[in-house]
Structure formats: C-alpha cells, structure tokens
Design a protein around this ligand. Structure first.
Ligand SMILES: C[S@@+](CC[C@H](N)C(=O)[O-])C[C@H]1O[C@@H](n2cnc3c(N)ncnc32)[C@H](O)[C@@H]1O
Length: 194
C-alpha cells in the first residue's frame, strides 16, 4: 500500500483529533489565516469553545471571516493579543492547545513568533491544560529565528517534570532545509501516569 510520512501539521492534527471532542475547550495560540481555528471549531461542536490569539489584526479579520462563512462564529473567541497573555485571557481550563509558529503567509515576516514569548505562551498553555490534556507546537527550523525557537523548545521540553508531563518531538532527520518539527506535551494526572 502506498503511503507517505506526512508533515508536522498533520502529526499534530492526528494527536489533536484524539484529545479534542464535542464540548472541548481549546486554545489556538496562532490564528494566522484561521485554518486551524476553523477545523478546531468544527471539532469542538456546538457546546465547545476555541480561544484564538494573534498579534495581527489582519489575522483576526481573516479568521473571523472564515468562521462566519462556515456559520461557526459562536464557537470561537478571537483575541487580538499575544499568546503570552493566555493566562490572563483564557477564562477556563482547556483540553488542548495548538501553536503553529512562524509568520502570517503573505504578511510582514518581522511579525513572526519569537522564542521568548513562545516560551511564555507554552508555559501558560500548560498551566491552562486539564489533566490528560494535550499541547502541540509546530516549529519551523528552516530559517535562523525558527532554529532558535526550535532549540529553545527542545531544551524546554526536555526539562519538563517527567511525572507530570510526557513530552516528545517528531521530526525528519535526513531531509534538506530542516522541515517543520512537531512537539507534543501531554499533561498527566497529578502523581499518577494515565
Ligand atoms: C504560521 S501563522 C499561523 C497559521 C494558522 N494557525 C493557520 O491555520 O492559518 C503564525 C501566526 O502567529 C502570529 N503570531 C506571531 N507572534 C504572535 C504572538 N506573540 N501571539 C500570537 N500570535 C502571534 C503571526 O501573526 C501569524 O499570524
């Protein structure tokens, strides 16, 4: 049977589909064009909620339009704010959090995610996760700043307390131009592995 190994976004989506069901609460830390916010809004159903963040008004507007077109605006709360403010703005525990780092396609690349705010946001997302919840991060080491971000996340994930979190990375090892990598962190029950 023919198959391919697919990409970081696909790996993240596969895991998220296990962690997110009807009624789930989810954070989309990087709205961008709203593709992730939309499929997450579909996944959480009519009783769920997606809390989505972006620093660019254009991203918020594109996402709002995408949700409206699909008739799913009620399922998402869109913040024109940095994801480092998750702790302050997300009002309840969540089942999953999703980050797709980098810049908004077609916009100013200077407005990309940055290692220090990504780190703050990843920690804030872990704090918001319910026990058994999942955080996924797709990082793009194909350019210098993306490499810095990937290396920072590697260090961060390696040092998460192992009894509380399962942390992994999935990445191609031999492909040119450093393709995207996926980090996944699952929060375990306190004092007990699931
Ligand atoms: C690769 S895009 C996200 C793609 C998006 N998930 C989608 O499905 O279309 C990365 C986004 O992160 C946003 N971003 C950069 N820094 C941010 C921050 N501190 N907080 C929230 N979003 C940020 C950028 O503006 C950009 O829109």
């Amino acid at each position: 049977m023919a198959f391919d190994l697919k990409s970081a976004r696909h790996w993240a989506e596969e895991l998220l589909r296990q962690a997110v069901g009807e009624g789930a609460r989810v954070i989309d830390g990087t709205m961008g064009n709203g593709h992730d916010t939309l499929w997450l809004a579909e996944l959480v159903g009519g009783t769920g909620r997606v809390y989505a963040f972006d620093i660019q008004r254009e991203a918020v507007e594109r996402t709002r339009a995408r949700l409206e077109e699909a008739g799913l605006s009620q399922r998402a709360v869109l913040f024109h704010a940095g994801h480092e403010r998750i702790g302050e703005l997300v009002p309840e525990p969540v089942d999953a959090a999703v980050f797709n780092l980098g810049w908004l396609p077609g916009a100013d690349k200077a407005l990309r995610t940055q290692a220090d705010t990504t780190l703050a946001a990843a920690n804030a997302a872990l704090d918001k996760l319910k026990e058994g919840g999942l955080l996924t991060i797709c990082a793009y080491p194909g350019h210098e700043e993306g490499r810095v971000e990937r290396d920072m996340l590697l260090e961060w994930a390696r040092n998460l307390p192992h009894a509380r979190y399962d942390a992994m990375i999935r990445a191609y090892l031999n492909q040119p131009n450093d393709p995207p990598v996926m980090f996944a962190v699952k929060k375990n029950l306190r004092g007990k592995r699931l």
